[in-house]
Design a protein around this ligand. Sequence first.
Ligand code: NDP
Length: 267
Amino acid sequence: MHSNGQQAAPAPATALQTVFSLAGKRALITGGGSGIGFDIARCMVAAGAEVVITGRREQPLQDAIATLGEQAFYRVNDVTERDALEALVDDIERTYGPIDILVNNAGINLKKPALEVTDADFDRIVHTNLNAVFSLTRTCAARMLQRGSGSIIMISSMAAYYGIDRVVAYAASKSAVEGMVKVLASEFSGKGVRVNAIAPGFIETAMSKTAMGGDPDRFARAMRRTPMGKFGQPEDIGWAAVFLASEAAKYVTGVSLPVDGGNSIGF
Ligand code: NDP
C-alpha cells in the first residue's frame, strides 16, 4: 500500500496468477466441441479452469477433450431439450463440483430472406439461441445465487445491433439475449452473480464460412465494415471470455462486449 492509500500495481506475473486466473473455477460451455466454444474452453483451461463442454455429437467432443487435456470433460447434450437441462447440471455438479462459470455459446444461424422464413424455421432458431439459453441460465443461476457467486456469459452477435440481411430469426434471438443480460444482471449482480455478453464480429468458424457461402462479394462487404480488415479468430472470443469470468472483471456486469475488429464503430 502506498502512503497516499492507493495499492501498488501487482507484478505482471502476479496479476496473471491472481486477477486473470481461473484456477479452482469450473466452467460449463455449451457447444464447446468446435468453433468459438472450443476456443473459449481452450483459453479457460489455459487460465487454470476445469471445463465441461457440451454438444449434440459425441465425436467432436471426444476430439476436443483429447486436445484440451485433463482439465476438460464433456457431456453429449442438446440444449433445446429443455426438460433435460436440470439433470445435466445435477450430473455435472455431482460428478465434478459446482459450476462457477456458464458460457451460453451453442447457437445456430439460418440465412434466408425474411419472407421465406417459415414459422418452423423461426421457432427452431429462437428455441436454440434464446429459449434454451434462458432455461440453462435459470438452472445454473439458481445454484450460483445460493452459493453467492458466479459468472454467466452469453455469446451474442453483431446481428443484435445491425440490420444484416437474411438473418431475421438469428438477429431477433440475439437481440433478445442482450435484453435478457440486462435484466438478469440487474436481478443477480447484488447477490454475487455477474451476467454479461460478448458480441463477436466476423470470426473464422464453420458458421461464418457457411454464412459467407463462399461468396467473395459478401466477404469483401464484411471486411469493408471491419476497420481491422480481417476476420477474428475464435481465441479472440476465448480471451474475452476469460476476462469476463475472472476477478479482473469483478465490477463488470450487464454489458455486451464487442470483439469485432472495430465493426461496432459503425461507419
Ligand atoms: P459453430 O457452428 O462452428 O459451432 C456451434 C457449436 O454449437 C457446435 O459445437 C455445435 O455442436 C453446438 N451446437 C449447436 N446446436 C446445439 C444444440 N442444440 N445443443 C448443443 N450444442 C449445440 O458456430 P460458431 O462457433 O461460429 O458460433 C458459436 C456462437 O458464436 C454462436 O452462438 C454464434 O451465434 C456466435 N457467433 C458467431 C460468429 C461467427 O462469426 N462465427 C459471429 C457472431 C456470433 P453440435 O453440432 O455437435 O451440437
